[in-house]
Ligand binder design. Sequence first.
Ligand code: ZN
Length: 136
Amino acid sequence: MDHIKKIEHLGIAVKDINAANKLYEKLLGVPPYKQEAVESEAVITSFFKVGESKIELLASTKEDGPIGKFIAKKGEGIHHIAFDVEDIHKELTRLEAEGFQLINKEPKQGADNKLVAFIHPKSTNGVLVELCQERN
Ligand code: ZN
């Protein structure tokens, strides 16, 4: 059974994407390999490779966007864990049947060429979980 393949990335909410890019470049020793805006989520993201996982920095483009609200409430920090899955539709069906509360019943277009869907932290011990599947 390989429902979930690996931790694809950790999402970190930051206030200032340029300052955070510099800081994480210093920390990780590599520059981000990609920066990308996701209009629907009102975020700018940048991605760093760390072995076979990634770090995703997320900054809000609007105060009332999801990341803006998160930072206002909790401050900067880890925002979500993303798991790589083979078949996101199948996983959503499975996890809903297991009693997890889905934020997205249907996957949507995410950053980094992925289909993504989120699971509510209420049903995962306070951790926002993202499922993602590489688009072919
Ligand atoms: Zn993510």
